[in-house]
Design a protein around this ligand. Structure first.
Ligand code: 2AM
Length: 179
């Protein structure tokens, strides 16, 4: 099964993100309710590992914090835009600490940490076959985006399933942060 650990985005913020959706060709928009900030992608994992993953994530202790999404950006692959995302404006110190704790916990049960640096973001759309010029023209037309502050009270272990209706994420475990 394909697993990842992420901070879920509250429904009200996900609704606001969906309003950024456009009919532009080449954009595959993440549906409402699927928005998240990935902390660690575990990839294809044997279901027999779930109890130890669950135990490792349950041992993480960290205080709650709040986040605000502020600004849009993009990743490129092979010189072409590949992902449109909403970024975390001012990164609160607890966010990289949570990321590090998740990596350390999973490292102890055999998952290699990411090599690339942590760039917290919410993927809004995956992009294919759009030139850099067309994408910059699109970005110039886009309004600015700033979300309300929202509390991060937990993080989640998700299973990603691909089906005829697209990708669906199911929560397998949720891990609370303390008040
Ligand atoms: P992204 O939002 O930055 O694209 C579920 O598939 C989540 O895991 C996605 O949100 C994606 O993060 C991340 N993900 C998917 N494939 C990945 C990969 N090969 N390496 C790292 N992260 C990946």
């Amino acid at each position: 099964m394909r697993l990842f650990v992420a901070i879920p985005i509250p429904a009200s913020i996900s609704r606001a993100l969906i309003e950024l959706k456009s009919n532009e060709r080449g954009f595959r928009w993440v549906p409402e309710g699927n928005h998240h900030i990935t902390l660690k992608f575990l990839g294809e994992t044997d279901p027999s590992s779930i109890p130890e993953i669950h135990r490792a994530l349950s041992e993480i202790h960290l205080q709650r914090f709040s986040l605000r999404l502020d600004g849009l950006g993009s990743f490129s692959s092979k010189g072409r835009p590949s992902v449109l995302w909403a970024g975390v404006g001012r990164i609160p110190p607890h966010l990289p600490v949570l990321h590090r704790k998740v990596l350390d916990a999973l490292w102890r049960v055999g998952f290699e940490p990411e090599r690339r640096s942590f760039h917290p973001h919410v993927t809004l759309a995956r992009i294919e076959g759009v030139s850099s010029q067309a994408f910059s023209a699109y970005r110039k037309k886009q309004p600015a985006f700033v979300s309300d502050d929202f509390p991060v009270g937990n993080f989640t272990l998700y299973q990603s399933r691909s089906g005829s209706g697209g990708v669906r994420y199911g929560a397998i475990g949720s891990y609370g942060l303390y008040e």
